[in-house]
Each structure stands twice: as structure tokens, then as C-alpha cells.
Design a protein around this ligand. Structure first.
Ligand code: NAP
Length: 560
């Protein structure tokens, strides 16, 4: 771990998750004096925190691992097609240890503020342990879903049993046998946890406000032989991921929806329903994402699948979404989720009909009745994408606060920079390609781009980079335009900035948070900027008037 006495770095990376680990690897390779700060007790980000039962990838494991080291790819054996949280955390620790990255990381360090000091061209970071650290560059590797949002029910502190948000699932084993458990929320997290604990608890009551479309994950083990084959094909696998819109192995069916017969469509869907992972979503016809009628036909197909799996027809109907079509929100992948409702110890409460009124000392009260529980699990989602930025007091030039600037939604340049916040880089920021792709594939792109920008600046002796307002406005308009064709723009989900537990986000007013143009287009856009000597960025260099280094420096914009 870096000496706590060191107070200045060239680069400070915030976040030791998937992006932060790769970022510090590249910085250390370049010999740049850098540290990584993380509020958690150890590295891993998402995979450090989300320890709830059932937590696992919905990306094929071998497309989730880092691609930067052949040696690493050859050493690591993914045991399951969709690997579980403990294994994922073990992987990230393995990577950090293999490349000796831990020595750059500082844990239990929550960054409370980051202010740009214009006079000295420095970022000043205040840490929760009382330290002030300075650096020339801040790199935000804060993750997309790192601020959990519990509900705001009356009486939540009164409950005498155990209660927690899934993100904060206790690190020590939780005794579930014989317990009366409530799960609130049926997003990807709720669906995973419900399916996993249904046969382990005494009694499980699911409180569902809106159902989600969900389809089988079709997980399975990866044998030594299969892993050897995967290793031999890694180049090809990553090449496929790079050319698909979502950064997965799954490529859309390029036949036109309306050019195929109903029988052909159903044949495809029957095959996809039994295929692993997001195939059902991403190997489908492209019209599913853009055409109401095509989407409705496919949604009806999935609704019938749900009816076939849930014995009680009334329960089945409640599990079928009515307010949005399949795939216009991120699709939760499940393993025996629907079958959980066939168990006698599992009950579904539709809180759109009988809302939760309060948490009591012994359980939950809805408008209809009281329920008693030993454990209440809040699977109620995240202040997605911008939340982690809003939780730090970030101030740029002239003390402008980022959270004020983004109060109606973010505006960025390439999802990686913000005008007026010089030397502030976001390899997986709002409106970047990482936000809507297979995450590691996206962050490798973002981290590479940010690192290349640093290299370019070093080569030219630049010490300051800021996106122009014009370039930022053009990017924000492009991001907005990419939403216009997609049905997802109409859905109330974290892709559009909806969250009923975050003030200002509860009404579902659309925020343009993710880049919807697909990975290949995103990569070509950011590459074009780099190839044109980073058009859209104004560079500057410090000229030392006093020659005294950091404190006595003066900034000059560089004419290009
Ligand atoms: P989410 O998709 O936002 O779902 C939150 C759920 O909680 C929704 O069902 C929501 O109902 C409900 N809810 C929220 N506030 C509530 C309240 N006050 N009262 C009652 N119900 C409430 O969050 P998530 O399930 O954590 O998933 C977020 C994202 O994390 C996923 O989309 C995915 O990207 C990622 N994730 C990935 C995996 C994986 O397999 N790798 C697993 C889990 C999560 P409404 O719909 O009515 O708002």
C-alpha cells in the first residue's frame, strides 16, 4: 500500500473495481506516479460488494475477463459459463496480485470532494480520513451501479429483525434456514436472489411493484476441454465482441423480422430460449429493439413461456409485464426463477395493488395487511451511472459543481470528459460506450483511450486538457439522437435515469445516460477524435514563472 505520508500524485484513480484495476495496470506500466483510492475494504468494486446469494455474471465469463494479457488468459480457468460472485472476486484479486497492483491501492478511503485548483492546475481531493491529496489528473473508475438506493419507507429503522440492501449483503454467512424472508424488488438482482434462496428459507414473500421480462440464463460448467478450446479461440472471441453492438459474443439475426414467416420466428425463439445468456435478447431480430409491433409479438411469445412455467395462472399473469415490452429494459437472466413461485413456501404480493405503507418492528405493512419477517432484503436498485459522481463534491473551473451541472442529466464529451473540469477523465462515464456494453469490453476501450490521451499529453508537454463546450454539446446531441430510434427510451429503467428512490429521478423524466449507438460506432468515434489530434479538446501547459514547481505555476493555453 502506498505511504499515507505521500500527498501528491500525478494521477489519482478513484475506484478499485474492474476499470480501476486495469487503469492502474496501464499507469504503472508507464511509470506514472499514481494511486487508486477505494471506499471499500478491498478491491473488486461490484464483485466486492454484491455478495447476495445468486450474484453472478450475465456475460459469458470468458468474455468478461481482461483481454490485455495472453499469459493471464492462458492461466485462468473459468469454471462456469456465467461465473458467480466469489469466483469473480477471486479472479480480480488474482489479476491484482499477478501484476503486483495492490501496492498502488488504498482502501477504506472515501473521496468526499475533488476541487480543481485553477491557479495551480491541480486537483485537491479530500478523503474521509482527513487527508488532502493533490494530483494533476483524476480518473473516475467509480462504476455504473455503485450507489445502492434503498426505498424510503416510513419506519425502516424500527424493524427488529435483519434488513439490508443486496449491495450490502453481509460478508459473513446469513442463516436462512427456517427464516421468514421478504424480498422487495424484482429487477436483475431480485430475480437472482429469489431464485437462489427460495428452497433455502422457511418462507419467502416477494413484494413486486412492476414485473420484469426475464429468460433463462442456461448456465453450466466449463470443463478442462472446453476451457482449452476457449483459450485457443480467445482472439476470435474478442474480435466477435468488438464487432457486436453490445460487446458480447451475440450477434443479431440479420434477417428482417418481416421477411421471415411466423414459423421461422418461433423456431428462432425456441432455440434462443434454450441458449445461454443474452442470446435471447441480442441474437434476436433487430426490430425487437425498435419496432413496437415486432416487440409486441416477441413479448407475447415470452409471456406464453412464463405461463407454461408457473402453475398458478393468476400468479403467472402477475409476473408478466404490461407496461413495457421485452428487452427495452436490461433483461434479468434467471435460473428456475419462475419455478420458485410453484413452491408452497413462496408468495407473491403485488404492491402495485396493495402498496407498502411502512416497515414495522416485526415486518411490513401494506394497505391490505401486516406481514411478519425475520429478514427483509431490499433489492431496490441503484442511483445508476451518475450517482457515484453526485456523491462526491466535484468542483471544476470557477467552483462549478458537477452535480449542479448534471442536475437534469449529464452532458459529456465522448462520455469521458466534461467541459470546465480539466484533467478529469471518466473511462466509463455517463454517455460512454461502457455504460451499455459487456462492461469489461467497454472499460478496456475507455481506459485505453484515457491512457493514450495521457501519453499524447506527455509527448507534447501538455499539462492540461479540457473538452470544449461545442464538442461536448455535439456529443450530447449525438447521444440523444441514438436514443430516438430505440423503444427503450420509453421505459422507466435505469437506462433512462428512472429511480423512484432518488429525489428528482422518480418521475421517469428521461436522462440520456448511456451510448446507444453500439460498441463499433463508439470505438470509431473516439478513435477519430484521437486520430485528429484530439479535436474537441483544448490543451495547455504550465509555464513555471518562479521555477518552483507545483505551487508557482501558471497555465497557458496552447494554440493548435
Ligand atoms: P433494478 O433493475 O433497478 O430493479 C429494482 C427493483 O426494485 C425493481 O423491481 C423496482 O420496481 C423495485 N423497487 C425499487 N424501489 C422500490 C420501492 N421503493 N418499492 C418497491 N419496489 C421498488 O435494480 P437491480 O435489480 O439491482 O439491477 C440493476 C442492474 O444491475 C441490472 O439492470 C444489471 O445491469 C445489473 N445487475 C446485473 C446482474 C448480473 O447478472 N450480472 C445481476 C444483478 C444486477 P419498479 O420496476 O417498479 O421500479
Amino acid at each position: 500500500m502506498p505511504a499515507k505520508s505521500q500527498s501528491h500524485y500525478e494521477v489519482i484513480v478513484i475506484g478499485a473495481g474492474v476499470a480501476g484495476i486495469y487503469q492502474i495496470k496501464l499507469l504503472s506500466d508507464l511509470g506514472i506516479d499514481a494511486t487508486v483510492l477505494d471506499a471499500a475494504g478491498d478491491l473488486g468494486g461490484t464483485w466486492y460488494w454484491n455478495r447476495y446469494p445468486g450474484s453472478r455474471f450475465d456475460s459469458e465469463s470468458y468474455t468478461y475477463g481482461y483481454s490485455f494479457s495472453k499469459e493471464l488468459l492462458n492461466e485462468w480457468h473459468w469454471k462456469e459459463r456465467f461465473s458467480s460472485q466469489p469466483e469473480n472476486r477471486r479472479y480480480l484479486n488474482y489479476v491484482a496480485d499477478k501484476f503486483d497492483l495492490r501496492k498502488y491501492m488504498q482502501f477504506n478511503c472515501k473521496v468526499e470532494s475533488a476541487h480543481f485548483d485553477e491557479t495551480n492546475d491541480l486537483w485537491r481531493l479530500r478523503i474521509n480520513d482527513g487527508r488532502e491529496l493533490t494530483c494533476h489528473f483524476v480518473i473516475m473508475a467509480v462504476g455504473l451501479l455503485s450507489i445502492p438506493t434503498p426505498p424510503r419507507f416510513k419506519g425502516m429503522d424500527k424493524f427488529k429483525g435483519r434488513s439490508f440492501h443486496t449491495f450490502y449483503w453481509p460478508h459473513e454467512p446469513v442463516e436462512l434456514a427456517g427464516k421468514r424472508v421478504a424480498v422487495i424488488g424484482t429487477g436483475a438482482t431480485g430475480i437472482q436472489v429469489i431464485a437462489e434462496i427460495a428452497d433455502k428459507v422457511g418462507d419467502l414473500t416477494v413484494f413486486q411493484r412492476r414485473p420484469n421480462w426475464s429468460a433463462p440464463l442456461n448456465n453450466g460448467p466449463i470443463s478442462n476441454v472446453e476451457m482449452a478450446d476457449i483459450r485457443a479461440r480467445y482472439d476470435e472471441i474478442f474480435k466477435t465482441c468488438a464487432r457486436t453492438p453490445g460487446g458480447f459474443e451475440h450477434e443479431p439475426d440479420r434477417r428482417g423480422f418481416y421477411e421471415t414467416s411466423r414459423e421461422e420466428r418461433v423456431a428462432l425463439w425456441d432455440k434462443l430460449y434454450d441458449s445461454p445468456g443474452f442470446a435471447i435478447w441480442l441474437r434476436n431480430f433487430r426490430e425487437i429493439f425498435t419496432d413496437e409491433k415486432a416487440n409486441a409479438e416477441f413479448s407475447t411469445y415470452i409471456a406464453d413461456r412464463i405461463r407454461r412455467r408457473v402453475k398458478d395462472p393468476a400468479v403467472a399473469e402477475k409476473l408478466i409485464p404490461r407496461d413495457h415490452g421485452f428487452g427495452v429494459q436490461r433483461v434479468p437472466m434467471e435460473t428456475h426463477y419462475f419455478e420458485a413461485y410453484n413452491r408452497d413456501n413462496v408468495h407473491l404480493v403485488d404492491i402495485s395493488e396493495t402498496p407498502i405503507v411502512e416497515v414495522t418492528e416485526t415486518g411490513l405493512r401494506t394497505t391490505q395487511r401486516d406481514y411478519e419477517f425475520d429478514i427483509i432484503v431490499y433489492a431496490t436498485g441503484f442511483d445508476a451511472i451518475t450517482g457515484a459522481f453526485d456523491h462526491i463534491d466535484i468542483q471544476g473551473v470557477d467552483g462549478v459543481k458537477l452535480r449542479d451541472q448534471w442536475s437534469e442529466g449529464p452532458s459529456t464529451f465522448l462520455g469521458m470528459m466534461v467541459h470546465g473540469f480539466p484533467n478529469f477523465l471518466m473511462p466509463s462515464g455517463p454517455q460512454s460506450g461502457s455504460a451499455s456494453t459487456n462492461y469489461p469490453r467497454g472499460i478496456e476501450t475507455g481506459v485505453n483511450w484515457c491512457t493514450n490521451l495521457l501519453k499524447y499529453m506527455r509527448k507534447h508537454g501538455y499539462t492540461r486538457a479540457d473538452a470544449t463546450l461545442g464538442a461536448q454539446e455535439r456529443w450530447a446531441a449525438h447521444v440523444k439522437e441514438m436514443y430516438s430510434a430505440m423503444l427503450m427510451r420509453k421505459a422507466k429503467s435505469w437506462f433512462t435515469g428512472y429511480n423512484s428512490n432518488v429525489p428528482g429521478h422518480e418521475h421517469g423524466k428521461i436522462r440520456y445516460l448511456v451510448y446507444n449507438g453500439g460498441s463499433p460506432k463508439y470505438v470509431s468515434k473516439i478513435r477519430e477524435v484521437a486520430d485528429k489530434d484530439y479535436a474537441g479538446i483544448v490543451f495547455g501547459r504550465r509555464s513555471s514563472r518562479s521555477g518552483k514547481g507545483v505551487g508557482g505555476e501558471h497555465f497557458e493555453e496552447v494554440a493548435r
